[in-house]
Each structure stands twice: as structure tokens, then as C-alpha cells.
Design a protein around this ligand. Structure first.
Ligand SMILES: [Zn+2]
Length: 80
């Protein structure tokens, strides 16, 4: 017959609580990792200095490259 004592019940309880907390943490991390940008309001831009491609707002006329920190004047040539 299968016997279970108080220590085993406490251990199972602690493991279940930790699994629940780990699941909630993982759910929160996955929920937070989703991109929140609206791509219809953004365009791709290529840096004239380092050729890094990054997102800018559709209405931006000047942007700073996130890689080399160079200021780019956004024209139709720099938009992709
Ligand atoms: Zn750059």
C-alpha cells in the first residue's frame, strides 16, 4: 500500500507553490516580451554612417541611429 507522511505532504505542497510561482513568472515574462510597436506607424531607415537599419516613426524627419548615435536626416533615400 502507498503510504504518505506529513513531511511528504509538506514537500509536495512546497513544490506545487514553487511551480505555480515559476509559471506566473514565466507567463509575465512572455507577456512582457511581446513587441508593442505598431508597424503601420513606423518605417525602416538605414543609417548613412554605419548602414544600421532601424525603425523610425512615419512622421519623423530626423532620427538618431541607435548603433552609432549619428544623426540622420530622413529622406526617401534613407527610408527603406
Ligand atoms: Zn549608425
Amino acid at each position: 500500500m502507498f503510504q504518505i507522511n506529513a513531511e511528504d505532504i509538506l514537500l509536495i505542497y512546497c513544490v506545487l507553490i514553487l511551480a505555480l510561482l515559476a509559471g506566473l513568472w514565466l507567463y509575465n515574462e512572455l507577456k512582457r516580451a511581446k513587441p508593442k510597436s505598431d508597424l503601420s506607424m513606423e518605417r525602416l531607415c538605414r543609417c548613412k554612417n554605419c548602414s544600421h537599419i532601424y525603425l523610425i516613426s512615419r512622421y519623423e524627419t530626423m532620427s538618431r541611429c541607435p548603433q552609432c548615435n549619428d544623426l540622420n536626416h530622413v529622406t526617401d533615400r534613407t527610408r527603406i
